[in-house]
Design a protein around this ligand. Structure first.
Ligand SMILES: Cc1cc2nc3c(=O)[nH]c(=O)nc-3n(C[C@H](O)[C@H](O)[C@H](O)COP(=O)(O)O)c2cc1C
Length: 230
């Protein structure tokens, strides 16, 4: 069913999020798009196996990091049938896992990649602590192999400086609370993206919606701002 309030611009937003960071970004982005009367269909990838955040222990975290380095897949439930309908373009969003796309996004590409992305325009969105380049190159290659053409990616990295964000993410995954540790909390206040970045994601949504409404070339949009990639 078409939404009567829209100008018939339709975007499919497919995403995976383990610890809600991608989810927070895409929800803000979606609000910005909807304010521009763009219709957005949201599809969250649901694991079909047990996957918890936090992972819970140091050993289990190291083990998952190793497995994800070798691109271990996470089984996912089938996506809704409407994902295969026509959209102006598709946003594919998810976190970086050990320099790769997450196991859930890799599973989606293995299983539905050709049917979902062949001949489609895709805007990738990456949420990471800071190391996204290998992920981006790998994702670009896989999407192109599946027949997609790509828009400039949206990349958000955690705003905390090193080495604290690496230590903080690792401890957080292992089930600790570094932001409450009297020493570490001086340098590591919060896990993940900050409010400014969520606002920036909303702004990107508005920018994209406005460009769509004015029939502008979406590839002229540049998302590499100091807020998104501090
Ligand atoms: C198993 C695992 C591996 C990760 N590896 C990386 C990495 O290689 N580079 C990076 O920048 N962030 C890495 N991260 C951090 C996540 O990309 C980051 O916390 C992201 O914001 C999480 O998004 P989500 O909450 O939507 O899952 C890793 C996280 C997990 C769980």
């Amino acid at each position: 069913m078409e939404d009567k309030q829209t100008n018939n611009r339709r975007i499919l937003l497919i995403y995976f999020s383990l610890s809600s960071q991608t989810k927070n970004l895409v929800h803000a982005l979606m609000d910005g798009l909807r304010e521009q009367q763009v219709e957005v269909l949201e599809e969250r990838l649901e694991p079909d196996e047990t996957l918890r955040f936090p992972i819970g222990s140091i050993t289990a975290t190291v083990s998952i990091m190793l497995q994800t380095f070798f691109r271990k897949r996470v089984k996912i439930k089938p996506v809704s049938q409407h994902c295969f309908n026509h959209f102006d373009f598709i946003i594919l969003a998810g976190p970086t896992w050990s320099y790769n796309p997450s196991g859930a996004v890799l599973s989606l590409l293995d299983r539905d990649g050709a049917k979902l992305f062949n001949g489609k325009v895709v805007l990738p969105l990456i949420s990471c602590r800071g190391y996204w380049r290998m992920h981006w190159y790998g994702l670009k290659r896989l999407l192109k192999k599946n027949g997609a053409s790509l828009l400039n990616p949206i990349i958000f990295s955690h705003p905390t400086s090193e080495p604290w964000r690496t230590i903080g993410v690792f401890l957080k995954l292992a089930g600790k609370t570094p932001e409450k540790n009297s020493f570490i909390s001086r340098y590591y206040r919060k896990y993940g993206h900050n409010r400014k970045q969520i606002k920036e994601a909303h702004h990107f949504g508005t920018m994209i919606g406005d460009a769509l409404n004015r029939d502008l070339d979406l590839n002229t949009l540049d998302f590499k701002t100091k807020i998104a990639l501090p």
